[in-house]
Design a protein around this ligand. Structure first.
Ligand code: GUN
Length: 306
């Protein structure tokens, strides 16, 4: 059976380092780092994620602001808020939760965030710095940066390995590939048009799944002993589906009964565990690292601003 990689433990380690640094700024008589989180509309998953981000800020002694805007917000109104936050000296990081409602010009909004406050790493300047290999002065996207921390802090080799990333999104797949190339992995990026995806994936020592399809990556995608990183977070509401993914794990049925759902990643947990060497669980794998990296990025933005 595959070893489980404990993302929650590593996220807590990062958060405790960030917390110590924030205490240090207070001891030195400086203001705390500040994060503004902007949510437009009422997407249920986004409401949960934004709530978790703001709560973690408070726990770590950050200044945080939550801006909830109605679904009907125009691009111009959102740009006006971004301009205000760009000019606000108490704010080091600005995060606009995605996806935005369809009528908003998303790239125009992301382009308007000051690059040194762009804690998501989605601004073209930060994307460019990442591709140039200049990570020290870039802000890099939270989820793939969290995957790198997870690998490095678990002593899993990256340099020289055959790595396959499934998914080419600008939030995960593309920046993941760039971060891995910067660390000398041999990287293949797969997507919906890839021919014979399982065969390509079976070449990987390190397989990273970020496609948003519940349990899609089965044992036939995995080289025996490979490390499998599951970036997916998909709700499962049907107990029969839960049995397919988790066997007789009573906790999963209890979660569906009590909360209406449990979560499965892009990797089929039961089948993958029979082949993989190491695997990240869902929940408790990559998810907690994303939030930890957002706070670490905000601290970095604070330092870059000094
Ligand atoms: N939606 C899903 N993931 C992310 C993320 O990392 N940042 C933002 N802003 N929105 C998201």
């Amino acid at each position: 059976m595959a070893e489980l990689l404990d993302g929650k433990r590593i996220a807590d380690e990062i958060l405790s380092e960030v917390r110590n640094d924030v205490i240090g700024t207070d001891d030195a008589g400086r203001r705390p780092p500040g994060l503004a989180v902007v949510l437009v509309g009422g997407d249920p998953a986004s409401i949960v994620y934004v709530g978790l981000k703001v709560k973690k800020c408070a726990e770590l002694g950050f200044h945080s602001e939550r801006h909830n805007l109605p679904e009907s917000t125009t691009t111009a109104e959102l740009l006006a808020l971004i301009a205000k936050l760009n000019a606000d000296h108490a704010i080091d990081g600005i995060l606009v939760q995605l996806p935005l409602p369809k009528h908003i010009a998303e790239q125009e909004v992301l382009d308007a965030i000051e690059p040194h406050k762009d804690v998501d790493g989605f601004h073209p300047i930060n994307v460019g710095l990442l591709y140039l290999g200049q990570e020290k002065r870039a802000l890099t996207p939270c989820t793939p940066s969290g995957v790198i921390e997870l690998l490095e802090r678990s002593n899993i080799p990256i340099s020289g390995t055959r790595t396959v990333v499934i998914g080419r999104s600008t939030i995960v797949g593309k920046p993941m590939a760039a971060l891995l190339i910067n660390r000398s992995a041999t990287v293949t990026v797969c997507h919906s048009r890839t021919v014979d995806l399982p065969a390509v994936c079976r070449e990987a020592d390190l397989l990273i799944a970020a496609i948003g399809k519940p349990g899609y990556v089965t044992d036939e995608f995995i080289k025996p002993g490979a490390t499998v990183i599951d970036v997916g977070i998909n709700p499962v509401t049907d107990p029969a589906m839960a049995r397919e993914f988790f066997g007789d794990d009573e906790k999963r049925f209890a979660a569906i009964a009590n909360r209406g759902q449990t979560l499965v990643g892009d990797v089929h947990p039961r089948l993958a565990a029979t082949v993989a060497g190491r695997i990240t669980p869902v929940p408790g794998g990559v998810g907690p690292l994303t939030i930890a990296m957002l706070l670490k990025n905000t601290l970095k933005a604070y330092r870059l601003a000094m």
